[in-house]
Design a protein around this ligand. Structure first.
Ligand SMILES: C[S@@+](CC[C@H](N)C(=O)[O-])C[C@H]1O[C@@H](n2cnc3c(N)ncnc32)[C@H](O)[C@@H]1O
Length: 265
């Protein structure tokens, strides 16, 4: 049987239609180390607005309310309208939005939602296994120079290229955030952010040629400032005997937005 495609909207719509009950990937929404990181990232963030990307039916949406004065500072986003409507019907005090994070058109429109100064208006991105799902999507065919890019690309020749979905996500998230904003990215993979950190040319996800043609290098936009291994669950004991299970660890990456400017062209 073919593996499910976690980057496909139809996969998620079918899954949420079958079971709209709360479900949390990788960690329970109450996991203390994850919540502590949200709190400490918010304390240094340039704005109180939280973007919860790929919220699905995670209970984290309601837990985020503990960290804001106004629930309207929380934007729960998913491309599955089934998940978004299920969330909105439970708690309309927060913002809920059906949005494809890989669509430049939808991101451009979404940025107008808040009051953006020089940078974007989002202070913290919370991402619980959404970059994992997006990493499974097909490369995106885009026009270059890309519609969201640095000033310097103006005047370059028009062409098209296929770009890795994580590179598109990085540019879109950078466009919505102010310098100093954080992106808390929880992943099952210990190499999810190697495209930002590795010196090995094999880990690059955007070709040199594509960068020259007007796509912004994600490494100019985001710096990985922390990497922490989190246990997937607390130790479990059975009827007197300790149940031996392998310890599963996930990785919580903290990314910080640089002050490299990108604009809509
Ligand atoms: C692995 S689930 C994680 C759900 C939730 N964050 C959690 O921790 O339980 C990935 C989520 O990302 C959403 N998703 C995948 N690709 C997306 C895209 N391009 N735009 C918006 N949401 C997307 C899926 O619908 C799904 O809800």
């Amino acid at each position: 049987m073919a593996a499910p495609s976690f980057g496909d909207k139809s996969y998620w719509d079918t899954r949420f239609a079958k079971n709209p009950s709360p479900f949390d990937w990788l960690l329970p929404a109450t996991a203390t180390p994850f919540l502590s990181s949200i709190q400490s990232s918010l304390s240094t963030s340039p704005s109180p607005q939280i973007l919860h990307i790929g919220c699905g039916t995670s209970s984290l949406s309601s837990n985020l309310k503990n960290f804001v004065e106004d629930p309207k500072d929380i934007f729960n986003i998913d491309f599955s309208s089934i998940a978004v409507e299920a969330g909105r019907s439970k708690d309309g005090t927060m913002n809920w939005k059906t949005l494809d994070l890989l669509s430049a058109e939808q991101i451009l429109e979404f940025r107008n939602f808040g009051e953006a100064g020089e940078g974007g208006w989002v202070g913290l991105i919370v991402d619980k296994s959404t970059a994992d799902a997006i990493a499974c999507a097909e490369d995106v065919v885009v026009e270059l120079p890309y519609v969201i890019a640095a000033e310097a690309v103006k005047g370059r020749c028009q062409t098209t290229a296929k770009v890795h979905p994580l590179a598109i996500l990085s540019v879109h998230m950078a466009y919505l955030t102010a310098p100093g904003a954080k992106w808390l990215l929880l992943s099952y993979s210990t190499s999810r952010c190697s495209f930002l950190t590795s010196q090995n040319p094999d880990d690059r996800i955007v070709k040199e040629e594509t960068l020259e043609q007007g796509f912004t290098d994600p490494r100019l936009l985001w710096k990985v400032i922390d990497e922490e291994a989190l246990s997937a669950r607390e130790e479990v004991s059975g009827t007197g005997d300790v149940v031996a299970r392998p310890v599963v660890k996930h990785t919580l990456y903290t990314l910080e937005r640089t002050d490299f400017k990108i604009n809509a062209r």
